[in-house]
Design a protein around this ligand. Structure first.
Ligand SMILES: Cc1cc2nc3c(=O)[nH]c(=O)nc-3n(C[C@H](O)[C@H](O)[C@H](O)COP(=O)(O)O)c2cc1C
Length: 181
């Protein structure tokens, strides 16, 4: 079996379109948040979700200490929030949300971004080491809200979009299969 290159991995996984979330957590000092696309549903009974957080991120250290967090699923009009929450050296989530509608979740004390597609409050049940990331498996304690209209913000081939088409002309990576190339 040949080794998979970083480029191949990124190209292939980049074609997997995802929603965009902001994961937020409060510690004794402040509120923190991070843009996360590696988010998925896991189990209905009990209700579990999964978020994959890079070990290198500042939030990782906080999420090892704190079990309670919130996930806001962003709407199409919230692209700038996704950008804010992924900038290196960003200020606290409290400051990043100062000019935007938000509230504190009663079950987690974490900040919930309003006007998205949905928001959940979660408690970490399990942390799984996974390469350069940690998988947080969280029990859904509460559904803060669910939008009854609107479109989700999506991320595919390294760009935000609001439709299911590829947002930029991504070059096709060879699979080595003569039928497909
Ligand atoms: C579209 C997008 C999706 C991202 N998804 C994740 C993710 O699923 N997990 C993760 O740990 N970081 C993810 N990141 C990176 C973080 O949002 C953030 O940029 C990174 O952790 C650097 O910030 P920090 O070290 O200050 O936390 C994503 C960034 C962007 C722009």
């Amino acid at each position: 079996m040949t080794a998979v290159s970083v480029e191949q991995y990124k190209a292939a996984l980049g074609r997997f379109a995802s929603g965009v979330t902001v994961l937020s957590v409060r510690d004794e000092l402040d509120d923190h948040g991070i843009t996360v696309t590696a988010f998925a549903s896991v189990s209905l009974d009990p209700p579990l979700v999964l978020a994959s957080v890079a070990r290198a991120s500042y939030l990782h250290e906080v999420l090892l200490r704190r079990d309670l967090w919130a996930v806001s699923v962003l709407a199409a009009g919230q692209r700038s929030i996704a950008t804010r929450f992924s900038e290196i050296g960003r200020p606290s989530a409290r400051l990043l949300l100062a000019d935007l509608p938000h509230r504190r979740g009663p079950s987690t004390d974490a900040l919930i971004i309003e006007d998205g597609m949905a928001a959940l409050e979660c408690r970490t049940e399990q942390r799984v080491d996974a390469g350069d990331h940690t998988l947080l498996i969280g029990r859904v304690l509460d559904v803060a809200y669910v939008a009854d209209r609107g479109a989700p913000l999506l991320h595919v081939t390294g760009a935000y979009t609001t439709s299911a088409t590829t947002p930029k002309a991504a070059s096709r990576t060879s699979t080595g299969d003569p039928w497909l190339d």
